[in-house]
Design a protein around this ligand. Sequence first.
Ligand SMILES: Cc1cc2nc3c(=O)[nH]c(=O)nc-3n(C[C@H](O)[C@H](O)[C@H](O)COP(=O)(O)OP(=O)(O)OC[C@H]3O[C@@H](n4cnc5c(N)ncnc54)[C@H](O)[C@@H]3O)c2cc1C
Length: 446
Amino acid sequence: MAPKEVLDLHICIIGAGMGGLATALSLAKQGFNHIDIYESASNLGFVGAGIQLAPNMARILDRLGVWQEIEKEAVDLKDTSIRQGSTDEELANVDLRYVRETYGYPHMVGHRSSLANALLDGCKREKAVNIFMSTAIASVESWGAHPSFTATPRKGGEPYPVTCDVLLAADGVKSVIRDQMLKKNNVDAKIIDSGQAAYRIMLTREQMSNDPELLELLDRERATRWIGEKRHIIAYPVASKTIYNLSTAQPDLNFADAPSSTYTTNGSKPQMLSVFSDFCPMVQRMLNLVPDGELCEWKLRVHEPLPSWTLHQTALIGDAAHPTLPHMAQGAAQAIEDGGVLGVVLSRLPDASPEAVGKGLRVYEKLRRDRAYALVEMAAATGRAMHLGEGADKEERDRQFAALRGGEKGGKVPDRWADAEVQRVVYGVDVMEEAGEGFGELWEKV
Ligand SMILES: Cc1cc2nc3c(=O)[nH]c(=O)nc-3n(C[C@H](O)[C@H](O)[C@H](O)COP(=O)(O)OP(=O)(O)OC[C@H]3O[C@@H](n4cnc5c(N)ncnc54)[C@H](O)[C@@H]3O)c2cc1C
């Protein structure tokens, strides 16, 4: 069979986060040979935090040739334990060992930097991919057949114009390109105030070394969720069990008056201890280990589904298109799915004309939209269920937990990411395969 002819397209990507890097790699693997990524940060000194590496993410990373590297130091979860924050009583325990056998990939947890660095190294190995660090894109100047923008080096150097054939905005939850695109379409991205904020904490083995109970948590392949009214903490070991990662959710006390462009702030340890003051002594001991002055707090911002993710030859990817609460642990996974699907779709374009590119991007949106937004809604619903206060809804939730404890097979897990039926929908779907199968029909429709 003659090798497939690769279309000569200049593809620009704004943002070298999980979505941008995965997309560049996916396009390079499909044979595209001119891919430029512009990243405003000077280096990818990625947030010190853990990340769940769900099987639907792993499947794509494996195809992109970077999963083996990540898997080496990730921790393979055997189970998840959902516990009452105040007493540490186990409400339910869900076995996760079946996941690898059923979906071909395990449910692992790892360090964000290990995921990001593997994607970055993967991109660096591809001759087709150029990464321009310390280079911010403030606005798109032309949205026409060949999108153009000004790239501004942040450390000296003159701003310079760039024109391309395809522009992909992977500039995250704060996306400026999204705002401009919506303005151009005469619509707004309606920000929803989640009312929630998060601390992200990493405790080293050394910090935990004097506490056998804490060391037991670090040595176990388990994700533990402690829940309470309006708050929870999810925690698991990462980096070959050298670090215990905690991610919290609590009422937003600090961002209410901040501009909507503010996403992080220095967290106050006394405030954190007070927010979780009724959680059990073991949790208190962990939170007390956080060094003073080293706490970062994140505002959890989301917005209503956008009317559209594309304008002509430009499209949004990842959090720019579908920011989510983290409670389903699917934000990065969905950004990576976007990248995998874009690779499949653009590689099937019949020609390199602007019309074909525009149509291809609309096919991409059609393939991705419902799934990404369903997961955003599921994450919000999980938060609502985990954060219930006293009342009939909490009683019903706890009844469902109790049924699981009683060995009820196939019972509904209120912590939705651990529910087998939800996992079937999220982990069991190969979005790249579906994109290949669905492309022809959608091409006729968009
Ligand atoms: C507390 C918390 C826990 C989470 N846990 C998980 C989890 O367990 N599993 C999971 O899958 N997801 C998780 N997520 C979600 C995940 O982190 C995000 O969904 C994911 O990082 C989105 O990737 P992205 O590429 O769209 O955006 P980002 O990773 O935010 O990348 C955007 C990039 O664009 C750059 N940029 C921005 N503007 C410009 C510009 N104008 N010019 C040039 N560059 C620009 C930024 O510097 C950044 O590097 C979590 C999120 C939070 C807040």
